[in-house]
Design a protein around this ligand. Structure first.
Ligand SMILES: *[C@@H]1O[C@H](CO)[C@@H](O)[C@H](O)[C@H]1NC(C)=O
Ligand SMILES: *[C@@H]1O[C@H](CO)[C@@H](O)[C@H](O)[C@H]1NC(C)=O
Ligand SMILES: *[C@@H]1O[C@H](CO)[C@@H](O)[C@H](O)[C@H]1NC(C)=O
Ligand SMILES: *[C@@H]1O[C@H](CO)[C@@H](O)[C@H](O)[C@H]1NC(C)=O
Ligand SMILES: *[C@@H]1O[C@H](CO)[C@@H](O)[C@H](O)[C@H]1NC(C)=O
Ligand SMILES: *[C@@H]1O[C@H](CO)[C@@H](O)[C@H](O)[C@H]1NC(C)=O
Ligand SMILES: *[C@@H]1O[C@H](CO)[C@@H](O)[C@H](O)[C@H]1NC(C)=O
Ligand SMILES: *[C@@H]1O[C@H](CO)[C@@H](O)[C@H](O)[C@H]1NC(C)=O
Ligand SMILES: *[C@@H]1O[C@H](CO)[C@@H](O)[C@H](O)[C@H]1NC(C)=O
Ligand SMILES: *[C@@H]1O[C@H](CO)[C@@H](O)[C@H](O)[C@H]1NC(C)=O
Ligand SMILES: *[C@@H]1O[C@H](CO)[C@@H](O)[C@H](O)[C@H]1NC(C)=O
Ligand SMILES: *[C@@H]1O[C@H](CO)[C@@H](O)[C@H](O)[C@H]1NC(C)=O
Length: 566
């Protein structure tokens, strides 16, 4: 509610302020106590009306009066109506009559007016850059010069049929011609004449015209070839200077020098005098006290772009990029500012920290989950060594290939060494059916762990943190019985005594499992590859109970414990 009430209020305030500034600005264009407008034409200082003190000098004092004592007020320069005065460009736009000549059907000259004008002793002259001498007609020659009899320029136009004049600024094709005027003209004589007195064209073009035209606003289509003269006028541009002196000379007499504070003095060769202009970065009327005012560029980012930090200085402004950024700030800042770097780095660091924390937590959760799913809670209560995932990875040098002892359908066995130099065989399964990981099965592993016989490879522990449990056995250094049987050079089986001993030790292990263990177990996969020999040649039965961990799909190896419970 408050907002709703405030917004219109603010807008009204804003409007009032805008009006006030606009009034300030226009008020600043004339001396205090002087009118700055005549009719609808602005009269900026150094020009003045009403009182001679309102103008910088006598030549710039203009008349403001009604034409013929009635109608709206008009601004007059002698008897020429003034349409516009530009202080910035030193220009004055006036309305000039045209010269014309008209003929009847038989070629007799009906009426004719040449045009003559003088700009007086004042600091005025016709602009040679903005005025174009223009002639319109189908049998017309236009002449322009300083005074009667001396012509500075001419142009001829002809046509043999009715044409409509181009509606753009240029005088193209037939019916219209243009030429530039001599430089520095302070008086003007314009004449329109005909070579053949419009004899063949008077049907559609009885008259010819010649005049000066402001080429910024001239439109040929404003004119009709069939038209008769009736006070036709055209805009022309007059250049002015404030004083016919050089800047150096003018600057020496400070009481008459027209340029105020913060201005440039511009000498016009054309007018043989000087004008004043505000220095870059300043604005206002350069002829009025106290002079040109500093522009607050920072208040107008549209015109004075600044992407960075803007600071107004006299006549200029600085735009600095935020700390750490490159560029001039006006066209833009490149790179990361310290603030940005700080926030980005801060953000990144926090993200990384959060990520790491999340990772650790998730890893822990995952490990815990694996641990639980792999029966850790049951096994924890048994005398089993639970190995850490990292511990085994380190012991096997991250399951390095050169640590591989053997490979089968079940997975791989790696040799590992603990920091206390205990040697291990780590059995890593390729994959396992999670359905098998039921409590009963965990119970089995628990029993296998309880097996303690000198001819059975001892299961030292497990790692349950991985997705597939790792089994850790004691390391048997002398390889498999299979290897020794087939190795002719084997010393272990050299004598019959040794062979018998190995056979007996294997039988002892089986007897223990089948009869003495409680509950009894059946190996189910007795073969020479599964009988290992240690450094003394003692046989050790391997790969029994754990073989059930193999996925059911892996039928190629018969390693399933069968009938464990009897
Ligand atoms: C100025 O006033 C005159 C009449 O006095 C009018 O013809 C002309 O269009 C006006 N110009 C502007 C720019 O308002
Ligand atoms: C202003 O008008 C007066 C009389 O109407 C005339 O004497 C004077 O020359 C004019 N001045 C200008 C600058 O046109
Ligand atoms: C006077 O000329 C300026 C440009 O020089 C233009 O912006 C302004 O509209 C003109 N005023 C009139 C009344 O023609
Ligand atoms: C043209 O003007 C002359 C002189 O005034 C006259 O003798 C002649 O008849 C006029 N011709 C036409 C066609 O009006
Ligand atoms: C010029 O002559 C034409 C044709 O006779 C006439 O219509 C026009 O009013 C005359 N113009 C002047 C300013 O005398
Ligand atoms: C002006 O218009 C005419 C046709 O109306 C065209 O031929 C000519 O190129 C135009 N000139 C310019 C400068 O646009
Ligand atoms: C005017 O027309 C006549 C006959 O129609 C012709 O002989 C003459 O050459 C034309 N003059 C011009 C300047 O075109
Ligand atoms: C001159 O002005 C009169 C009156 O506005 C108009 O009828 C005539 O067509 C104009 N002349 C030209 C050549 O446009
Ligand atoms: C300086 O200008 C004032 C006012 O225009 C004039 O009275 C004075 O004579 C000038 N002084 C010189 C040295 O030209
Ligand atoms: C002229 O402008 C300068 C810079 O803006 C300022 O320091 C100085 O006081 C001004 N002088 C006068 C007389 O206003
Ligand atoms: C005036 O002179 C200054 C410096 O000499 C220049 O920068 C400026 O463009 C000139 N202004 C005009 C309107 O010629
Ligand atoms: C403003 O400052 C910039 C750089 O500091 C410079 O290039 C420019 O010319 C200055 N402009 C003015 C008007 O002094």
């Amino acid at each position: 509610m408050i907002l709703k009430l405030c917004v219109p209020g603010l807008m009204i305030l804003f409007l009032l302020c805008s009006v006030a500034t606009a009034m300030d600005q226009s008020a600043a264009d004339s001396k205090p106590g002087c009118r700055d407008k005549c009719g609808n034409v602005s009269v900026p200082y150094p020009f003045g009306i009403d009182k001679s003190s309102c103008a910088e000098n006598q030549y710039l004092f203009l008349n403001c009066s009604q034409s013929d004592g009635h109608g709206p007020e008009k601004l007059w320069f002698y008897n020429i109506p003034v349409l516009n005065i530009s202080v910035l460009e030193g220009l004055m736009v006036v309305s000039l009559f045209t010269a014309y000549d008209c003929y009847n059907q038989s070629g007799a000259n009906v009426n004719e007016t040449s045009f003559s004008i003088g700009l007086g002793q004042g600091p005025y002259m016709f602009s040679d850059t903005l005025n174009m001498f223009t002639a319109i007609g189908c049998d017309t020659s236009g002449y322009v010069g300083k005074n009667e009899g001396t012509y500075g320029a001419a142009c001829i136009t002809s046509c043999d049929e009715m044409v409509s004049l181009a509606d753009n600024s240029s005088c193209s094709g037939s019916g219209c011609c243009q030429t530039s005027i001599p430089q520095g003209l302070k008086s003007l004589y314009i004449l329109s004449s005909s070579m053949n007195n419009h004899r063949n064209v008077s049907d559609f073009n009885p008259c010819g015209y010649a005049f000066l035209a402001d080429k910024r606003t001239f439109k040929a289509s404003d004119w009709q070839l069939s038209g008769l003269p009736d006070g036709n006028a055209s805009d022309a541009v007059i250049e002015w200077v404030v004083e016919t002196k050089s800047c150096e000379k003018a600057g020496m007499n400070t009481s008459s020098y027209a340029c105020r504070n913060n201005t440039n003095c511009n000498y016009s060769k054309n007018g043989q005098g000087y004008r004043c202009s505000c220095k870059d970065g300043f604005t206002g009327n350069p002829y009025l006290l106290p002079g040109c005012q500093d522009i607050d560029e920072c208040a107008d980012r549209q015109r004075y772009p600044c992407k960075g930090k803007c600071k107004n200085t006299p006549g200029n402004y600085t735009c600095s990029c935020p700390l750490g950024m490159r560029g001039d700030g006006k066209t833009g800042c490149q790179g990361f500012g310290i603030a940005t770097i700080a926030s980005v780095t801060g953000g990144t660091i926090s993200l990384v920290i959060i990520g790491v924390l999340l990772y650790i937590v998730l890893r822990k959760l995952r490990k815990d989950k694996n641990f639980r799913e792999n029966g850790g809670m049951v096994l924890k209560h048994q005398r089993v060594r639970i190995f850490g995932e990292a511990e085994l990875a380190k012991a096997t040098e991250n399951y390095n290939d050169h640590k591989k002892l053997g490979e089968g359908g079940f997975g791989c066995v790696y040799k590992g060494v603990l920091p206390d130099n205990t040697q291990l065989a780590v059995k890593k399964f390729k994959g396992v059916d999670r359905a098998q990981m039921n409590e009963e099965f965990q119970h089995e592993i628990g029993m296998v762990l309880q097996v303690n016989h000198k001819n059975v490879v001892k299961l030292l522990g497990l790692c349950l943190q991985t997705k597939v449990p790792l089994l850790v056995y004691e390391f048997i250094s002398n390889g498999t019985l299979f290897h020794h049987i087939h190795d002719k050079k084997s010393q272990v089986l050299r004598t019959w005594t040794d062979r018998l001993r190995v056979a007996a030790e294997t039988a002892l292990a089986l007897e223990y499992l089948h009869s003495l263990a409680n509950p009894p177990m059946i190996h189910g996969d007795v073969k020479t590859v599964n009988i290992l020999l240690d450094e003394d040649g003692t046989a050790k039965m391997a790969d029994f109970g754990a073989s059930v961990l193999i996925s059911p799909g892996q039928t190629d190896i018969a390693t399933k414990i069968q009938g464990t419970f009897g």
